[in-house]
Write a new protein. Structure first.
Length: 372
């Protein structure tokens, strides 16, 4: 790849292309479409079959393929479209394989559209005790565990449910550096105005809070026992067939029912400049009653206007309460954004450069649903 082994940062789109050309990321007889190359990540493609599992697992010191017979309970053909039932784990070999140099590691996350559908995905690799974290120098297959909690879904070979980010060295940026950056180049905004540094909370990342004020309803709750959701079709499904609106209570808050899945919006608009990437991480209050359910990548250009206008884009927040009904209120912290430096700015930015679905979003549901 002709990359300095001492380099530090997330690999941008132009270096992802170099990684593909160099065989660091391979795809066998399949071509990796250009549209799958994002500003700081690569959309991974499902293989031709899914294995129905009796439980999730990690291979430990062995190979994933060697452990499958202990857990698999049949196969689902994905070539012409296969159905994945809700509340059942499946394991799917991905089209892409890796041959990482010793100074390159990788990390995976669900795509934004996947998290918004309450679909839990995790990458498994050979000889690993961790999900989604792929060690430097790894050579081998990638497997995707898929667990749809709310909807029964139909998926097809080469469909993308998750993303891969390639990194060299330590790319993380500490809180002090992020706060200094925010003071001169705002990362969080409300109504187009930078959030004052005194109001920004940090602890290994910047906190995001809830907006429960805008609109007649403040989000959506997933319906149970809905129709089949075909993930290969964008804008094809009616929102009301799968979701019900969430109204505010008289006092302005919302009571979350235990183990129900909610889609809400952040109060703050997020802005990711071209030289930074970010990742949303789940935040567990010490009460343990509330959890933002999915992590996710924020690519360079999210909420960023190259013309210099600073509005930011609000983040979709996937929230679930546990054990007991739980009251949430506007301004309540629910997740954090961790930031990483880019190796160099990407040749394409999130937004108009690549026809991104969620730039400037004011609605939380995924691209699969018809907009009014």
């Amino acid at each position: 790849m002709d990359l300095d082994p001492n380099a530090r940062g997330v690999l941008p789109s132009q270096w992802i292309r170099k990684a593909i050309d160099a065989g660091v990321v391979g795809s066998g007889d399949f071509k990796i479409p250009d549209r799958n190359i994002q500003p700081a990540s690569l959309d991974l493609q499902l293989g031709e079959r899914a294995y129905r599992l009796r439980c999730s697992f990690l291979p430990g010191g062995g190979r994933v393929e060697d452990r499958l017979s202990d857990f698999a309970m049949g196969e689902v053909d994905l070539v012409n479209g296969g159905i994945l039932e809700r509340n059942r784990p499946y394991l799917i070999p991905l089209v892409e394989e890796l041959d990482l140099p010793p100074f390159i590691r990788a990390k995976a996350n669900p795509k934004s559209s996947t998290g918004r559908l309450d679909i839990f995905t995790r990458v498994i690799t050979d000889e690993s005790y961790r999900f989604d974290e792929i060690r430097s120098g790894y050579k081998g297959k990638l497997w995707l565990e898929v667990f749809s909690r709310s909807f029964t879904v139909q998926v097809r070979r080469t469909l993308s449910l998750n993303q891969l980010r390639l990194m060299a060295g330590n790319a993380a940026i500490d809180d002090a550096a992020i706060m200094e950056r925010h003071r001169t180049d705002p990362l969080l905004l409300v109504d187009g105005e930078p959030v004052s540094p005194e109001q920004v909370a940090v602890a290994n990342g910047m906190f995001l809070s809830l907006d429960l004020v805008s609109g007649q309803s403040v989000g959506y709750k997933a319906k149970k026992n809905s129709a089949l959701l075909d993930l290969s079709k964008s804008g094809a499904h009616a929102i009301e067939d799968f979701w019900e609106p969430v109204p505010r209570e008289r006092g302005g808050g919302v009571v979350l029912e235990p183990e129900e899945f909610y889609l809400l919006l952040s109060k703050e608009g997020v802005r990711i400049p071209p030289d930074l990437a970010a990742e949303m991480t789940a935040y567990d209050p010490t009460s343990g009653e509330l959890r933002t359910h999915y992590a996710g990548f924020f690519d360079p250009g999210f909420g960023h206007d190259p013309s210099g206008t600073r509005h930011g884009s609000r983040a979709a927040l996937e929230v679930r309460a546990h054990d007991v009904p739980f009251m949430i209120e506007t301004g309540q912290w629910v997740c954090k954004l961790g930031f990483e430096r880019m190796l160099e700015p990407p040749s394409i930015l999130y937004g108009t450069d690549i026809g991104s679905n969620y730039q400037g979003q004011g609605i939380t549901v995924s691209k699969h649903f018809r907009r009014a």
